[in-house]
Design a protein around this ligand. Structure first.
Ligand code: SAM
Ligand code: SF4
Length: 342
């Protein structure tokens, strides 16, 4: 049904107008979430009607079409991907592309709330690593940031992931006045458990019932402060994403920086993002998009779908231009990160 037997011979790579090979697809499988992080969603979010969502079979078919066109890395995200019903079926189906060698990496970004339940199944489906978002190790602050989350449950999920043999990267959004005093402790926590830590700057995506200038903390400032405590050595390590890594000499662990605001990383962008309704965004920070649901549903043959994918990649813009300051109170793009897939 999904044509999950991609072979490397039939692959026609996707290359954008700036010569960047598109090998990385991030797929938001739901816009829903069991948390309401303050920088990501408003407390009273309106979610898409369930009928507008692609079915899991349709998502598998779409992902497979991308794999046939040279995508080597799939990241499943959301919203919270693990709250979507039957989501393990999608991982198991896409995992077959790992077996054929067409795909090199199948992974996910999760808030960790459901990992205790799913970690072993994810590993069995071929997932080798997972990004878990944890912005603070203080349970009271954790509840304040996520509004609905429970740090204890997430840490159980982290334990389960490591126990199942999944490599873990912890993602933390750097938030002014909230977790900036905890970064050293988070580095020691992550590295003490053999996990990487990546810090992310807040991006102006979607209305959130608040002022983003109050949250924005440039990572250039964080990095300068860390130099009082740690020796940071630039390393060439890459995971296919935008993070730039250093090795922390004192802990021996890796620390990543994702700096869409202070240092634009668009030149090397190799990714596109698919929403749970089949809309393809060629850039996180731009509004141009391509509807893949119509060609997907128009025929069981993939010819029109493949053509729509190639036409979309031919329009991939050079980059984004995010600004957060008091004069720019509107988000750069109206859609939330939970829609485009973080
Ligand atoms: N629910 C999952 C999670 O939280 O990991 C996956 C989706 S979430 C949208 C993916 C990542 O985007 C998380 O690490 C989250 O912290 C980050 N994120 C959400 N909104 C953001 C924003 N406005 N700026 C920067 N990062 C954001
Ligand atoms: Fe949910 Fe992830 Fe957004 Fe938090 S960042 S509200 S966990 S989608």
């Amino acid at each position: 049904m999904t044509g999950a037997s991609a072979t490397t011979d039939s692959i026609r790579p996707l290359v954008d107008p700036f010569g960047r090979g598109i090998e990385y697809l991030r797929v938001s499988v739901t816009d829903r979430c069991d948390f309401r992080c303050v920088y990501c969603m408003s407390e009273h979010m309106t979610f898409l009607p369930k009928k507008d969502l692609l079915t899991l079979e349709e998502l598998a078919r779409l992902c497979t079409a991308f794999v046939h066109q040279g995508v080597r890395k799939l990241r499943i995200t959301g919203g919270e991907p693990l709250v979507r019903k039957n989501i393990m079926w999608l991982f198991q189906t896409l995992g077959r592309h790992l077996e054929s060698g067409a795909l090199s990496d199948l992974t996910l970004t999760t808030n960790g709330s459901q990992l205790a339940r799913y970690a072993a199944d994810l590993r069995a489906a071929g997932v080798k690593r997972v990004n878990i978002s944890i912005d603070t190790l203080d349970p009271v602050k954790f509840r304040a940031i996520t509004r609905w989350g429970d740090l204890g449950v997430v840490l159980e999920g982290l334990d389960a992931a490591q126990k199942a043999g999944l490599a873990v990267k912890i993602n933390a959004v750097a938030l002014k006045g909230v977790n900036e005093d905890e970064i050293e402790g988070m580095i020691r926590f992550a590295h003490g458990r053999g996990a990487d830590l990546t810090l992310i700057e807040t991006m102006p995506l979607g209305d959130i019932e608040g002022d983003r200038t109050d949250q924005y903390l440039p990572l250039s400032v964080v990095r300068a402060r860390l130099l009082d405590r740690f020796t940071l050595e630039d390393i060439p390590y890459r995971t296919g994403g935008p993070a730039r890594y250093v090795k922390v000499k004192e802990t021996g662990g890796r620390l990543g920086f994702i700096t869409p605001m202070t240092h634009n990383f668009c030149e090397s962008c190799n990714r596109v993002r698919l929403t749970c309704t089949g809309t393809l965004y060629m850039c996180l920070g731009q509004d141009d998009a391509a509807d893949l649901r119509a060609p997907l549903r128009a025929s069981s043959d993939d010819a029109a779908l493949n053509e729509a994918i190639r036409a979309a990649i031919a329009r991939k813009p050079k980059g984004h231009d995010f600004v957060i300051d008091r004069a720019t109170s509107k988000p750069a793009v109206a859609r939330h990160m939970s829609v485009t897939g973080g």
